[in-house]
Design a protein around this ligand. Structure first.
Ligand SMILES: [Mg+2]
Length: 353
C-alpha cells in the first residue's frame, strides 16, 4: 500500500518532532543518570527542556527548513527560475542560521514585521528564534559563506546533523533522485562521506516506505544504493550492526548502546533503524528505545520518529505526545505544503486517505 498520503507525511514530520522532544531532556545524560531520574524504564513522558515540556530542538528546526527549501524550489521552478533545489535548501538553512543569531531576531521580525523580503514562512515565526543545542558543523559550515558539496566538502564532519534533518527529501522527489539529492543537501554542512551517505540512506528508506515497501524491504533497497557509492563502508557496517543486533540480542537499552551513542551519523542511523524495527509497530515503544541511552537522544529519537511516522501514519502517535508538542501547527502546515508539492502530485485522485 502506498503511503504517500498527507496522513503519513504528517506522521513522519510530527513523529520526528515527538522523538526530538522526548529525547531533548536526556540528550546529555548517561543511561544510568536517565534511570536514576526517571525510573528503571527510563523517560517515556515529556519532561522540561529549554523551559517547557514538549520542546523541539535543532533537529526539528532544521527538518522544517529542509522542507521549506524543497517547497520553495518548486514554487520558483513553476516560474522557471533556474536555481537548483540544493541551493534553495541552502538558502533555507541560512535563514535557520539567522534564527540562531539573537541579533537577527530584531532585524528580521521587528524591522520587517510579517516578512515579505525573505523567502518562506518559518523566518516569521518567533518561536523558531531559539537556540536548542545546534551542531557546530552546521553552524560553522553555514557561517563560512560557502555552500558545501560532495565534490568540495565544507569540512570532514560526520556528525549526525546531516541525517537528522533529511526526512522530507524522501517524499519530495521521485525514488531515483532521492539518494543523491539527500546526500547533496547533507553535504551542505557535512563533508565526510558518512555524514552525507547516511542521509541518502534515510531519505531513500522513507521514499521506499512511502511507495509501499515494508521497512525491511526499504532498508534492503537503500543498502543496494549505498553500496554503489564511494566511501560507503562505515555506513554499511553500522546498518548491518543494527540488523544483526535485532537477530542476536534481546530488545533492550543495553543492546541499543552496543550500536554507539548517535553523536556521529552512522551510529544515529543505526540506532534509528534498530529502534524502528524493534518497535513491532508500536510508536511509543520505538521511541522509548530510541531515546533511553547514553547518547544523542533527541537526534536518534527524531530519526526513529520520522521512520515510524512514515510507516504508521499520524494516528499511530499517542495523543499524549501530540498534545503539548511545540510548533505542531507549523509542522502540520509544512507537511501539507510538502504534500501539495510532491513530485508525483500529492493532489492526484486517490493519493489522500
Ligand atoms: Mg538536537
Amino acid at each position: 500500500m502506498r503511503k504517500r498520503t498527507l496522513n503519513h507525511i504528517r506522521g513522519c514530520l510530527a513523529g520526528g518532532a515527538v522523538g526530538d522532544a522526548l529525547g531533548a531532556p536526556v540528550e546529555f545524560m548517561s543511561l544510568k543518570e536517565i534511570r536514576d531520574q526517571f525510573g528503571p524504564d527510563g523517560i517515556s513522558e515529556y519532561a522540561p527542556a529549554y523551559g517547557r515540556k514538549g520542546a523541539i530542538t535543532d533537529d526539528t528546526q532544521m527538518t522544517l527548513f529542509t522542507a521549506e527549501g524543497l517547497i520553495l524550489s518548486r514554487v520558483r521552478a513553476d516560474k522557471k527560475i533556474s536555481t537548483s533545489l540544493v541551493e534553495f535548501v541552502y538558502q533555507a538553512y541560512l535563514r535557520w542560521l539567522s534564527t540562531q543569531e539573537q541579533t537577527e531576531k530584531d532585524h528580521m521580525i521587528q524591522q520587517y514585521g510579517v516578512c515579505t523580503m525573505v523567502d518562506g514562512i518559518l523566518i516569521t515565526r518567533p518561536e523558531l528564534f531559539s537556540i536548542r543545542a545546534p551542531g557546530n558543523s552546521c553552524l560553522s559550515a553555514l557561517k563560512s559563506g560557502h555552500m558545501g558539496t560532495v565534490e568540495t566538502p565544507a569540512n570532514s564532519s560526520k556528525g549526525c546533523g546531516g541525517v537528522m534533518r533529511i526526512a522530507p527529501v524522501g517524499y519530495f522527489l521521485p525514488p531515483d533522485q532521492v539518494f543523491d539529492a539527500a546526500c547533496a543537501i547533507a553535504a551542505i554542512t557535512h563533508g565526510h562521506p558518512t555524514g552525507y551517505l547516511t542521509a541518502g540512506c534515510l531519505a531513500q528508506i522513507i521514499s521506499g516506505v512511502s511507495h509501499g515497501a515494508t521497512l525491511p524491504e526499504a532498508i534492503r533497497y537503500a543498502v543496494q544504493m549505498l553500496k554503489t557509492k564511494s566511501g560507503h563502508e562505515e555506513t554499511l557496517a553500522a546498518i548491518q550492526a543494527a540488523l544483526r543486533a535485532l537477530k542476536t540480542a534481546p530488545v533492550s537499552p543495553e543492546t541499543v548502546e552496543t550500536l554507539g551513542a548517535g553523536w556521529i551519523a552512522e551510529e544515529a542511523l543505526a540506532i534509528g533503524l534498530y529502534s524502528a524495527l524493534a518497535s513491532g509497530g508500536d510508536f511509543g515503544k520505538g521511541l522509548r528505545l530510541a531515546v533511553n541511552h547514553s547518547g544523542d537522544s533527541d537526534s536518534t529519537g527524531a530519526i526513529t520518529g520520522n521512520l515510524l511516522g512514515a510507516v504508521l501514519g499520524l494516528e499511530a502517535i499517542p495523543e499524549k505526545y501530540l498534545t503539548g508538542l511545540e510548533l505542531l501547527d507549523t509542522i502540520e502546515e509544512l507537511a501539507e505544503d510538502l504534500f501539495n508539492r510532491m513530485a508525483d502530485g500529492g493532489k492526484q485522485p486517490g493519493a489522500e486517505q
